[in-house]
Design a protein around this ligand. Structure first.
Ligand SMILES: CC(C)(COP(=O)(O)OP(=O)(O)OC[C@H]1O[C@@H](n2cnc3c(N)ncnc32)[C@H](O)[C@@H]1OP(=O)(O)O)[C@@H](O)C(=O)NCCC(=O)NCCS
Length: 151
C-alpha cells in the first residue's frame, strides 16, 4: 500500500499525502489496520496491488481515504473498493462515512456522489501544502443511519 500511496502522492494532485512520505508511514499504516477500528481493502492486478481504500472508525464516523495508481483508473476498482469500505463501516456499526476531497478532483467527486455521498461543506484555505499554498477541501458524507432521531 505504501507504494500505491507514494505513486499517487508523486502526482501531487489527488491525495493529501505528499512526498517524501513521513518516516514511519508504513508502520503507522500497518498498526492502524491491525486494530479492530480500521481496515483496508486492496485492488490487485496479476498479484500486484494497484489501489486500495483505508477505512478507520472513530466515534461512529468512518473516515475513508482511497487511491488507485495511474494506468488502472476508470476500470471500476474505485467503485468496488468504495462499496467494500462502506459495507465494512456499516457492519462495524458506524452511523456515517466521511471523507475530504480536493475541489478539483472531479473524478473522485463523481464517484462519491454516485455512491450516495453528499457535499456538506467547503473548508476554505484549509490545508497547507508543502509548496506553501493553502488548498480548499470539500467535506462529503454518507449517512448510514437515517432512523435515529436527529436535531
Ligand atoms: C478517484 C478514484 C478513486 C476513482 O476510482 P476509479 O477506479 O478511477 O473509478 P471507477 O472506474 O470505479 O469509476 C467510478 C466512478 O467514478 C467516476 N469516474 C471515473 N472516471 C472518471 C473520469 N475520468 N471523469 C469523471 N468521473 C469519472 C464515475 O462516476 C464512475 O462511475 P461510472 O463508471 O458509473 O460512470 C481513482 O481515479 C483514483 O484513485 N484517483 C487518484 C487518487 C484520488 O483521487 N483519490 C481520491 C482522493 S479523495
Amino acid at each position: 500500500m505504501e507504494a500505491v500511496w507514494a505513486s499517487v502522492a508523486a502526482e501531487g494532485e489527488w491525495i493529501g499525502t505528499e512526498l517524501p512520505l513521513r518516516a514511519g508511514w508504513a508502520d503507522r499504516f500497518r498498526a492502524a489496520v491491525a486494530s479492530d477500528d480500521a481496515t483496508w481493502f486492496a485492488a490487485e492486478v496479476d498479484g500486484a496491488v494497484v489501489g486500495g481504500i483505508y477505512v478507520g472508525a472513530d466515534g461512529g464516523l468512518a473516515h475513508v481515504g482511497m487511491a488507485i495508481v495511474d494506468g488502472h483508473r476508470g476500470a471500476g476498482f474505485g467503485r468496488q473498493l468504495l462499496d467494500a469500505g462502506v459495507a465494512w463501516a456499516r457492519a462495524a456499526g458506524c452511523h456515517k462515512v466521511v471523507l475530504e476531497v480536493w475541489p478539483h478532483n472531479d473524478r473522485a467527486i463523481a464517484l462519491y456522489r454516485s455512491a450516495g455521498f453528499v457535499e456538506e461543506g467547503r473548508l476554505r484555505r484549509h490545508y497547507r501544502r508543502r509548496s506553501g499554498a493553502l488548498w480548499d477541501a470539500v467535506a462529503m458524507g454518507l449517512a448510514l443511519d437515517e432512523d435515529s432521531p436527529g436535531r
